[in-house]
Design a protein around this ligand. Structure first.
Ligand SMILES: O=P(O)(O)OC[C@H]1O[C@H](O[C@H]2O[C@H](CO)[C@@H](O)[C@H](O)[C@H]2O)[C@H](O)[C@@H](O)[C@@H]1O
Length: 393
């Protein structure tokens, strides 16, 4: 792990990104100019060149695994500095000069958002629910659910998660918002009649986009750009379950268009074993790639689609893209959320807010420490919008 020296404070660089680039398994794929859309009506999702997998011991998989979601104490040991807790707090405060707290900057955000239509995008794990050892018990608190329910009353809102869409819907339990599961590869969005005329538009007529009716009778659009990978993911999931069954603490989840291999509860001495196991399985699937999340290895299709693309897709579906009157706000804690932060930053359109209690490199603009601060921020947005609405009437 490296310390980035041109920062005002020690900021952990992400060995996962370094290792992924060496292995050719970048979290952001290579868009092929001109290939993204074959016509005004259809997009072609470009396939990235398959990555080459080396032996895990000779590459940085393990570094990446060790650095993902480190506990505070471990983090200090990893960077090899004897830092007292006070010093760590100082480092965090210093980092916050670059990524200010969205709570302390609320006035500034409000001023910028004034008269704009705010669209809220929320990640789930680590953002709406705290990180816990058992992924099946990552529940959202009642107060968080109520805060999100209020947000939905005032702002178009979508949850974009690495989990399957069904699972995240089950955990959130609110019907009034949009859901994107499998890192954005399974989107349930609004039905729109928008005629596509810009390169990032995905029309209703796209073969991966289908009209469907929700249980509540509402018409929605389902967009699943990795549909063809369904059987492959299912097969890989079953193989991963079988091959990791003797590794104590390992857990594999099937998220329909991607799969997760958790090692949070695996003894660190067995991390090379689990890494090797995933590596050996993926060797036979050049159309799949691997990304690193918080103590989780994520197996995904090699397509140019991620949470950033999902944000663009949803904004377009809502008829809210390319407008100066729209302010998208994306709140997330993980590496996969960086794709969305990057879209907002590069488009100079909206704010990414990173949820982190440790300094991290990010494409976000603002920060929040943990899900409890996320809740305060969401409530503040609602309070402000309510007051504004009352003032107008
Ligand atoms: O995009 P997200 O909604 O943040 O989903 C990313 C991963 O979240 C879950 O794993 C993470 O949270 C678990 C529960 O707190 C934790 O035990 C695990 O270590 C974290 O990585 C989910 O289980 C994964 O499948 C998602 O990929």
């Amino acid at each position: 792990m490296e310390l980035k020296s041109n920062h005002a404070s020690p900021v952990l660089t992400d060995p996962a990104l370094i290792s992924k680039s060496r292995l050719g398994i970048h979290s952001r794929l290579y868009p092929q100019p001109g290939a993204a859309f074959s016509s005004g009506m259809y997009i072609t999702i470009p396939r990235k060149k398959p990555g080459k997998f080396d032996d895990v011991r000779s590459n940085d998989w393990l570094d990446a695994m060790k650095s993902s979601s480190p506990p505070r104490k471990k983090l200090l040991k990893d960077v090899n500095i004897e830092v007292a807790s006070d010093d760590f707090d100082a480092a965090y405060c210093s980092w916050m000069l670059k990524y200010p707290s969205a709570l302390r900057s609320f006035e500034q955000i409000k001023n910028y958002a004034n008269n704009k239509k705010i669209v809220i995008f929320l990640d789930y794990d680590g953002t709406l629910s705290p990180i816990v050892d058992d992924p099946d018990r990552a529940f959202m608190s009642k107060s968080m659910r109520s805060a999100v329910r209020d947000v939905v009353k005032y702002f178009p809102t979508a949850i974009i998660s690495g989990r399957s869409r069904d699972k995240v819907y089950e955990l959130v339990g609110l019907t009034e918002l949009y859901y994107a599961g499998s890192h954005g590869m399974d989107i349930m969005g609004p039905v729109t009649n928008t005629v596509p005329n810009v390169s990032n538009t995905v029309p209703n007529g796209h073969p991966d986009c289908m009209k469907s009716t929700q249980q509540q009778g509402k018409d929605v659009n389902l967009f699943q750009p990795a549909r063809e990978y369904l059987p492959m993911i299912d097969e890989v999931f079953r193989t991963l379950v079988e091959n990791t069954k003797d590794i104590k603490g390992a857990k594999v989840e099937n998220h329909k268009f991607c799969a997760s291999v958790h090692y949070r509860n695996v003894d660190e001495k067995n991390w090379p074993t689990i890494a090797q196991c995933v590596h050996d399985v993926l060797k036979d699937y050049p159309r799949l790639r691997l990304t690193h999340g918080r103590k989780v290895l994520e197996v995904r299709p090699v397509i140019n689609w991620d949470k950033g693309k999902a944000v663009e897709f949803l904004l377009e579906s809502l008829g809210l893209s390319n407008s100066d009157d729209v302010l998208p706000i994306y709140i997330g804690d993980d590496r996969s959320d960086e794709d969305a932060f990057k879209v907002l930053r590069e488009g100079n359109h909206g704010y990414g807010i990173l949820v982190s209690s440790v300094p991290k490199e990010t494409n976000a603009f603002y920060s929040l420490r943990d899900p409890s601060e996320v809740m305060v921020f969401l409530k503040s947005l609602v309070r402000w919008r309510k007051k504004e609405a009352a003032g107008r009437s």
